[in-house]
Ligand binder design. Structure first.
Ligand code: IPE
Ligand code: IPE
Ligand code: MG
Length: 253
């Protein structure tokens, strides 16, 4: 199905974009970086950048629904982000509730299912409860899976998986020789989710910052200098178009 992109106005960006030709990444993971610098450039407090970044989240979720992406994983707060000043941490951790209190009805209307990955137990109660409420309310939806990485760190995830796995192996008679990658990945927070096809990082840095180290083994990477609050529908489509040019070989020829 060929559609005009309704968000775009100039001639070049109005070129047809086929949203459903089978080459759209099924799982897109995004490191949403650059909020602080966006605000600092404007002489505003860093938290203003996080609030502005929330409107980009809304735009990108809409685009993911439109493009029939199956899973959108958003790196929202890392296990390392606790190092920031308390006021900034508090602001970031209030954003999920702010977002859901406004947009949950829209998300439900669009058949979006919400999930979270990370060490949720150590989040403030208001963050955890807002997420749990949204997860429960959208459990039966089968459209886009909006997966929020909250208090997420890949090393924490791998260690958490190891502990669960070792406990189960201790409690069973399973021989270690039978342990395989599939079984191990079932202990990760992302158990049951297809691995990301495309990773987008905004804000110019070329690193993973402890994001999905296991799951990104064969993912295509796309970096942009655009700061997250400035990331637009057009940039999102640029990433998708670039992805279509990639040849994924998985070690084959
Ligand atoms: C990303 O923006 C958001 C979070 C890490 C929560 P930053 O706050 O890291 O913005 P910069 O990188 O300092 O510009
Ligand atoms: C990664 O961004 C974490 C999130 C986007 C939530 P950071 O800004 O924390 O990463 P570093 O510190 O530049 O590696
Ligand atoms: Mg940053």
């Amino acid at each position: 199905m060929i559609m005009k992109n309704p968000f775009l106005t100039n001639k070049q960006s109005q070129e047809s974009f086929d949203y459903s030709d089978g080459h759209t990444p099924e799982h897109i993971a995004i490191i949403m970086d650059g909020n602080g610098r966006w605000a600092e450039k404007r002489g505003m407090p860093r938290v203003a950048g996080h609030k502005e970044g929330l409107s980009t989240v809304v735009k990108v979720v809409k685009m993911a629904v439109k493009c029939q992406v199956k899973i959108l994983t958003l790196y929202t707060f890392s296990t390392e982000n606790w190092k920031r000043p308390k006021q900034e941490v508090d602001t970031i951790l209030r954003l999920p509730k702010e977002f859901l209190s406004v947009y949950l009805p829209d998300l439900i209307a669009n058949n979006v299912r919400i999930e979270a990955i990370g060490d949720l137990e150590n989040l403030p109660a208001h963050t955890r409860e807002a997420m749990q409420f949204a997860i429960d309310r959208t459990r039966d939806n089968n459209g886009l899976l909006l997966n929020m990485a909250l208090n997420y760190g890949s090393r924490n995830e791998i260690l958490h998986a190891m502990k669960g796995l070792l406990k189960d192996i201790n409690d069973s008679n399973q021989s270690l020789d039978e342990l395989d990658e599939q079984q191990f990945s079932n202990y990760l927070y992302t158990a049951g989710m297809k691995e990301p096809d495309l990773l987008i990082r905004t804000g110019g840095e070329k690193r993973l910052s402890n994001f999905l180290l296991w799951q990104l083994a064969y993912t295509e990477f796309w970096f942009t200098d655009v700061l997250w609050p400035d990331f637009s529908e057009m940039e999102f489509l640029r990433a998708l178009k670039d992805y279509r040019q990639r040849k994924r070989r998985y070690g084959g020829i």
